[in-house]
Design a protein around this ligand. Sequence first.
Ligand SMILES: [Zn+2]
Length: 537
Amino acid sequence: MKKYLHFILLFFVATSFAQNKQPKLVVGIVVDQMRMEYLQRFQSDFSENGFKRLMNDGYTFHNMHYNYMPTYTAPGHASVYTGTTPAIHGIVSNEWFHRTLKKEVYCTDDESVSTLVSGTEKEGKMSPRNLQATTITDELKLSTNFKGKVIGMSIKDRGAILPAGHFADWAFWYSKTGNFISSSFYGKTLPKWVEEFNNEKQYLPYLEKGWSLLKPIETYNESLVDNNPYEGKLYKKEPVFPYDLKQMYENNDAGVLRVTPFGNDVLANLAKRAIEKENLGKDDVTDFLAVSFSSTDYIGHTFGPRSIEIQDTYLRLDLTIADFLNYLDKTVGKGNYLVFLTADHACAENSTHLKDHKYEVDNISYKEVSKDLIAFSNETFGANLLLKYDSYNVHLDKEAIKAKGLDLTKVKQSFKDFLYTKNYVKRVYTEEEILASSGNDQLLSFVFKGYDPTQNGDLYFVYKPGFVEYSATGATHGSPYAYDTNVPCIFYGWNIPKGKSHDKKVITQIAPTLAQKLKITLPNGTNSEVLNEILEK
Ligand SMILES: [Zn+2]
């Protein structure tokens, strides 16, 4: 009998050890345009069970940064999941003028695939084919002989597709028809449960109810007043609460949901449905769910980081995350899942707001920069030698330069000299300077890590701190400065110690850390240190 008991005991020890060897589910959460400082500034208004639960019971890296430019959505998601930067993974922007193809490309465009939902022909021609490196989700697939499930989802196509990688079971993204869609890259037909989810039209009750503040307006004292001059309009409506979303929907389409906090709620509902219907986290093979909340970015662009609209969005997202964690506890079980939360970039201050307080910065128009460059070229060379100006990138028309018998190096130098006469320009680099970068020049190292000579321009320039290429209202991102690079990074759950660090970390450390934590192969492009703080001592 004693021997028998001993056997039972051993059996329990063995099975509990087996259960803890790997997490049943990894949930990657990217909050589009989330600044680290929001976690501090809005903290007194957060619940105990959302962001605070992650921070108090998990491990928070307060000084996590992007280490390249441009700090945009597609490169951000690609870099979190590949553990490398655009210079290697090839996603150099959201959309860009491609030097070799000599045309505009969009990060996840794929002419060879088609949508799985009728009425979304253009929105559905998407896949991860432009991504040149493997993701942590790809490596999980390889390491489990494709048994671990990988699903990506977001309101934005790029927020769903890039994290889910090349071997994903599915990626789902929101279309302006109100449906979550996918492409023939992933399967022949949309899973039945997604079709059923779409038939529920969850966006409708949210849009019919409208958007009013979650809490009394006087409690939003961490933000500027409602209807301040730095906010843009929402579908032509003045930036004042409450918002009649029903009218906007009737005059436009279900895309209105994106620019409201409720885009996050509908996405969280889809995430819960995926866990249930795809049996994520049910067996001992690790699954991976990559969720990217995009509404925070649309709202941030429209109203800026100091608006009560953005504060209200984060107070609501806090409750959404609390509910989602509670769901994971009930379905996958506390301690069986690992969550990480970060952002694809942060955002700048509104430049007019800064200028009104005597900091001499400005918002620059993309069109003006382009016009200036053409005028300069015509005046200097008697011809337009600019092939394309594309945010930071100056593409020269090499055929025209050759035809005129001009020296390319000299032409580059004169464009460079011209750009330095502009009050908004901090640095201008030529392709040769970028590729010869030693990493000692802080700004050049950011450019180097974001630059792909087969895709980017002949010259690349960096704005001065505080200057933005954007409208006078709202906010944007893209620069190599701290306001755009400092994002949250929290790990929580399975085998994660409690704690925090204020040491400087870079975004490409997340993927190799996950690989070591899961004891699987490293994503192929990564060359980063790991976050030792959350690995076993
Ligand atoms: Zn954005």
